[in-house]
Design a protein around this ligand. Structure first.
Ligand SMILES: Nc1ncnc2c1ncn2[C@@H]1O[C@H](COP(=O)(O)OP(=O)(O)O)[C@@H](O)[C@H]1O
Ligand SMILES: N[C@@H](CC(=O)OP(=O)(O)O)C(=O)O
Length: 419
């Protein structure tokens, strides 16, 4: 049994969906679970629907809904010649369900509404991919992942209930055929409402299936040749990493190498299931293999960056030390306001923390911190991380940049830079 994950870029238009079918056709193994994400940038589009909906901007919300429908219908029109094909009814049903949720919903809980709406990206894309594979001659079963992955009710960042999920996946997945399912989604155990596993969480979905099915491997198909030693969006010279250890991959993903979702690696490492990162543009190339061991091949420095972070610097109002009690309070509030902590540094009377304000709570956090500390902050900072650095590279990176903070350990240098 193998797990293949196709992300937004690999199903962004009709040609890409056709390419997915070609990749599956060329694979000798027929026992595959295919995990698909929403097409292209659909999740961003649905985030706009939700934002406008919650602001009661009905006209703008409806415009985004129309764009969502038209985008998918254009892909369907190109994929299916028969205008009476069942796919038209199936997609129309999903569109109607989404719209009627928006009509009848009374909840103002952003995270809850978000999960109920954003999930339609994956529900529509998996339906189109599954129907197209059938049309193409690849018999498959469309699985509702919400009947397989069971989570708590922490909407937008739900945690998996591994015991029930294991049981459900074993029951629902036909291990001798091709299944297509949705990435990113789960459902609440108590009432079946849709939950999501965090943005870009479909890689993690693939790892959950792999873990529960004791899969032979996971392959995530990307628009890059594999894991590179630097983010190709920001660095012109990059090198393909042929092989990396789980530990190295966890570190890279944690520091922000967005090619692999950080939660993906732990379940795979626990069962020593290899992860292949391959190019859907060049499927026969070997890509990157993440597996056992402790090295990276080739041995090289890796450059990662995270943008749009906030650096908060605190000092005590009365010149007292920043000790356990003060720091304990800071962490309690960071947790309460759902800040993702990227880096911390402290001295006797000051404490700096670089955070990702994923849920838009910065103002509230700052207000709370001001009750107890002198607070300074810088928005829109970038955190650069260099693993296996050499000093010349660090110097070159920092040149002509406004470095607000630097932290160095044996293997890693991190710089917080105001661009
Ligand atoms: N170290 C890296 N190696 C390769 N790609 C990277 C790296 N860091 C960031 N990326 C970015 O990750 C993208 C692929 O991941 P992602 O956008 O999540 O794909 P998908 O949504 O299709 O699954 C690449 O297009 C690339 O811009
Ligand atoms: N569609 C979701 C989940 C996901 O993982 O997408 P992708 O595989 O395209 O990163 C998102 O954009 O967050």
């Amino acid at each position: 049994m193998r797990i293949f994950k196709f992300g937004g870029a690999s199903v962004k238009d009709a040609d890409s969906v056709k390419n997915v079918a070609e990749i599956l056709k060329a694979t000798e193994d027929k026992n595959i679970v295919v995990v698909v994400s929403a097409m292209g940038k659909t999740t961003n589009l649905l985030e706009n629907v939700i934002a406008e909906y919650l602001k009661n901007n009905t006209a703008t919300c409806n415009e985004f809904v129309t764009t969502f429908k038209e985008y998918h219908l254009e892909i369907v029109n190109e994929l299916f010649e028969n205008t009476n094909h069942l796919i038209y009814q199936k997609t129309a049903k999903l569109f109607d369900k989404m719209v009627s949720f928006l009509k009848v919903n009374k909840s103002k809980n952003h995270a809850f509404v978000y999960d109920q709406v954003v999930g339609y990206g994956e529900l529509v894309s998996s339906t189109i991919v599954s129907e197209y594979l059938t049309e193409f001659g690849l018999k498959n079963e469309l699985l509702d992942v919400r009947k397989c992955i069971i989570t708590d009710d922490n909407h937008r960042d739900a945690s998996v209930d591994w015991k029930i999920t294991q049981q459900k996946i074993s029951e629902k997945v036909n291990t001798s055929g091709l299944s297509v399912t949705q990435g990113f989604l789960g459902s609440e155990n108590t009432n079946n409402f849709t939950t999501t596993l965090g943005r870009e969480g479909s890689d993690y979905t693939a790892a959950i299936f792999a873990y529960c099915l004791n899969a032979e491997s996971v392959t995530i198909w990307k628009d890059v040749p594999g894991v590179l030693n630097a983010d190709p969006r920001y660095f012109t010279k990059t090198l393909l990493l042929n092989r990396i250890s789980y530990r190295e991959a966890i570190e890279l993903a944690f520091y922000g190498a967005s090619v692999i979702h950080p939660k993906t690696l732990q379940p795979l490492q626990r069962k020593e299931i290899p992860l292949f990162v391959k190019s859907f543009l060049n499927p026969t190339a070997s890509g990157t293999c993440v597996g056992k061991g402790d090295r990276i091949d080739p041995e090289t420095s890796c450059f990662i960056l995270k943008k749009d972070l906030v650096l908060i610097s605190l000092s005590s109002l009365d010149f007292s030390f920043m000790m356990e009690d003060n720091i304990g309070d800071v962490f309690k509030w960071l947790y309460t306001y759902k800040m993702k902590v990227e880096l911390i540094q402290n001295s006797a009377i000051s404490f700096s923390v670089c955070v990702n304000d994923k849920f838009g709570n910065l103002e509230r956090l700052l207000a709370k911190l001001r009750e107890k500390f002198r607070v300074k902050w810088n928005e829109n900072v970038t955190l650069y991380t260099i693993r296996h650095f050499n000093p010349t590279e660090v110097k070159a990176l920092a040149e002509n940049k406004n470095v607000l903070l630097k932290q160095e350990s044996k293997e890693t240098v991190q710089l917080v830079i105001k661009e």
